[in-house]
Write a protein that binds this ligand. Structure first.
Ligand code: GUN
Length: 281
């Protein structure tokens, strides 16, 4: 079997085009405030891509690039100012933050109505309660959109999510449950990861180890979603060994061009939804 590619780049482009048309009809442009602390090179690349994508669809992007040495209170003050600002629709704090700053405290400081990343604990709680009045974190939302692109009904499928982060693993597992999948969350302490992964009809990999998952982990015909973005000497690599996995899977997302572009498209969608929420209430 040679797996079919799930083209995240194309799906993201379609989403962006339809958002661009909807945003053009709004009375004013939504605005996203992006806070970047320090000089993490990967974060700088992500933030630049987010800014560019915003501008392309008609969202104003305002980046606050802050010194690594900023303290928690100063960062909270800026967030509070942005929470109150009438002309700011969404607020995103790029992660990771420097170690001297308590990430949980910062994420809790963002107004839930402007929390386009969906990381504020209120929005996390609403997601668990299956309340749709929340913001779904961008990567998990993109993963579900990719799966729906190839299969409208995921009911009854065995889904294995490898990785238990707040950003990807846990919310993805929650969303797959909502899709009526039987969900297993595996992680670095899981015993016999190969066997656990082999039970998956849908395998979502978010572990941050270049090309770790090969065909030995994959049930023939499984759908593989590779969330990894690993910068190696041979270029950008996913967590999945693409060629090996493609020989047994039915569908697979490439890296680059799979989950990454969808994450950004979902950020734009969440910012548009934030604008609607703030202007309709
Ligand atoms: N760092 C890695 N992924 C993300 C994300 O989706 N949002 C934010 N804010 N930071 C990240």
């Amino acid at each position: 079997m040679t797996a079919l590619i799930i083209n995240g780049k194309e799906l993201a482009q379609n989403t962006r085009q339809s958002l661009k048309e909807k945003i053009a009809k709004l009375p004013e442009a939504p605005a996203l405030a992006v806070i970047l602390v320090g000089n993490n090179p990967a974060s700088e690349i992500y933030v630049r891509s987010k800014e560019k994508a915003c501008l392309e669809v008609g969202i104003m992007a305002k980046t606050y690039h802050l010194e690594e040495t900023i303290n928690e209170a100063e960062l909270c003050d800026l967030i509070e100012e942005l929470n109150q600002a009438k002309d700011i629709t969404g607020i995103l704090v790029q992660l990771p933050l420097p170690l001297h700053i308590d990430e949980k405290k910062i994420l809790a400081a963002i107004s839930p109505k402007k929390d386009v990343d969906g990381f504020n604990p209120l929005n996390t709680g609403l997601l668990i309660q299956k309340n749709s009045d929340t913001f779904i974190p961008c990567t998990p939302k993109g993963i579900i959109a990719l799966l729906h692109h190839i299969k409208s009904d995921l009911t009854g499928l065995n889904a294995v999510v490898v990785g238990r982060s707040q950003i990807v693993g846990l919310p993805t597992a929650q969303l797959l449950l909502k899709e009526n999948c039987t969900v297993t969350v595996a992680h670095s302490k899981t015993k016999n990861l190969e066997a656990v992964c082999q039970s998956a009809d849908i395998l979502v990999i978010a572990i941050g180890k270049a090309e770790m998952i090969n065909k030995n982990y994959i049930k023939p015909g499984a759908i593989i979603i590779d969330v990894g973005i690993n910068r190696t000497q041979e270029g950008l690599k996913g967590d999945v060994d693409f060629n090996s996995a493609s020989s047994v899977a039915s569908y697979i997302t490439p890296v680059p061009g799979g989950v990454g572009p969808m994450t950004i498209a979902m950020l734009l969608e969440n910012t548009y939804e934030a604008f609607l929420k703030q202007h309709n209430s």
